[in-house]
Design a protein around this ligand. Structure first.
Ligand SMILES: [Zn+2]
Length: 244
């Protein structure tokens, strides 16, 4: 894991794939009232998540809330386990993502093809999570432009396309964008969302435009990690390309 500034820690969890490990990066924010976890890792990774938190000396009970950037299973994978383990844990998510997170609508990308790719023990845990979803209470419904009372004010940016309620979080004080899956770092370059995993690519590219007015030193992508080489310029380029 790496530390951007003392109150922000980037976790480093690994998803094994046929071509090697694929790292993913939930983020842990520390504020006065405790910790906020942004995304929870892949299904089946709870032990790894717990070990990472232990290394950081973060007791589970001090995690007060989870912000879910979107419904994909590598982001909500340990939500059920966290809710079981932490009393009073709050869940915050964008309004358009809530029907999926509470099981009212099926997860968009958890298709039979995707299920078939998971090893049997992970699939069993996935089914357990799906059964838990209807019990999940969303404590705070997030909307575009909301300023969250964390880290000096975090701006919610609704960036649909990858999923309907996908969101990015902008930490103005730190000039840091938590891009979730709206941006990725691939071979040291900042790129847009992954086409095969983005059902509405035109919408996702329009969403990129919303990021072009932000002052930033750093982007943190859930897939690919930190990008610091003039991210504003690169995001402007990507959004111009999307117009072409
Ligand atoms: Zn993802």
């Amino acid at each position: 894991m790496s530390q951007l500034i003392p109150s922000i820690k980037v976790l480093n969890l690994n998803i094994p794939t046929p071509t090697g490990n694929s790292p993913i990066h939930p983020v842990l924010l520390h504020d006065e009232d405790g910790y906020t976890l942004v995304d929870t890792g892949m299904i089946g990774q709870f032990a790894e998540l717990q070990a990472t938190l232990e290394e950081l000396n973060v007791p589970l009970a001090e995690i007060k809330r989870v912000i879910i950037t979107h419904q994909d299973i590598d982001h909500i994978g340990n939500l059920g386990a966290l809710l079981d383990a932490i009393q009073g844990l709050e869940v915050w998510a964008h309004a358009d993502e809530i029907p999926y997170l509470t099981g009212a609508k099926p997860l968009i990308k958890f298709t039979p093809e995707r299920r078939a790719m998971l090893p049997a023990p992970v699939l069993a845990l996935a089914d357990q999570l799906l059964m838990q979803l209807p019990e999940i209470n969303i404590d705070r419904t997030l909307a575009d432009g909301d300023i969250l009372p964390l880290q000096g004010g975090i701006q919610v940016i609704h960036t649909p396309g990858h999923t309907p309620g996908h969101l990015c979080l902008y930490l103005g004080e730190q000039q840091l964008l938590l891009a979730a899956d709206e941006l990725r770092v691939v071979d040291d370059e900042l790129v847009g969302p992954a086409p095969p995993a983005t059902p509405d690519m035109p919408e996702a590219l329009r969403s990129l435009k919303k990021l072009t007015s932000l002052k930033m030193d750093k982007v943190l992508c859930y897939h690919g990690g930190e990008f610091i080489q003039e991210p504003e310029k690169r995001i402007a380029e990507l959004s111009e390309k999307s117009e072409a």
